[in-house]
Design a protein around this ligand. Structure first.
Ligand SMILES: Nc1nc2c(ncn2[C@@H]2O[C@H](COP(=O)(O)OP(=O)(O)O)[C@@H](O)[C@H]2O)c(=O)[nH]1
Ligand SMILES: [Mg+2]
Length: 203
């Protein structure tokens, strides 16, 4: 039997590597420059379970358009062809970049990469992704509530998440990571994985 996957998606620089590290204790690759991780990286997590760190894509990363398109194709192709093996997906976004980008794109009638990915995963998999709304440390309480409310509306009032939820977190301060970690762990245990990762290491 092939392993099942715990998949992490997210734009470059959203804090995906930081979150994976904090949650699983895995020493995942990360670079100073955004978009350094261009490969789909797999890490053995526990019996029967492999973590997949998807490369990010989305404009404003300094990468050329053709590289962006190629990365996007690879990511979507991987997700589609492995849909049956994906036990759980976690989408990481930078809540403030998300907000800024979404507003700019909305004016042009376009949809942001974050919204697109969350909806895509919701349709592809039996359950929508867990969403980690990262970098909440970057603004005050009011801005943060506004940004979270906007996110919920944009992904369809959370109906796409169904089983799962949006977790406001900060990989920098550690805020919310415990809740995110137990939610991922709990969902995997419900799906039959025993001790997917140690619950209380590394944070
Ligand atoms: N302010 C703030 N910065 C963060 C947070 N999480 C990650 N970062 C920073 O964002 C940058 C990108 O993080 P990284 O984990 O490499 O993102 P990835 O490209 O999505 O894997 C790094 O400089 C991190 O230190 C956070 O919660 N708050
Ligand atoms: Mg990374």
């Amino acid at each position: 039997m092939k392993d099942e996957y715990l998949v992490f998606t997210g734009r470059p620089n959203s804090g995906k590597s930081s979150i994976i590290r904090a949650i699983t204790g895995l020493d995942v690759a990360s670079g100073k420059r955004p978009g350094t991780t261009r490969r789909i990286s797999e890490y053995s997590l526990s019996r029967g379970l492999t973590l997949v760190d998807m490369p990010g894509y989305g404009r404003m990363t300094g990468a050329s358009r053709s590289t962006e398109d190629r990365t996007k194709d690879e990511v979507l192709e991987f997700l589609e062809s492995n849909a049956g093996r994906i036990a759980l997906a976690v989408h990481v976004l930078d809540i403030f970049t998300f907000r800024e980008v979404t507003r700019r794109l909305e004016r042009k009638g376009l949809i942001s990469v974050d919204v697109e990915m969350i909806l895509f995963l919701g349709e592809l998999l039996e359950e929508g992704p867990i969403v980690a709304a990262n970098k909440v440390d970057k603004a005050d309480q009011v801005e943060r509530e506004e940004a979270l409310a906007e996110l919920k509306v944009l992904i369809g009032g959370e109906s796409i998440l169904f089983f799962n939820r949006i977790f406001p977190v900060s990989a920098r301060t550690g805020e919310g990571l415990g809740e995110l970690k137990s939610a991922i762990h709990g969902r995997l245990v419900e799906k039959g994985f025993r001790t997917p990762f140690k619950l209380w290491v590394g944070s």
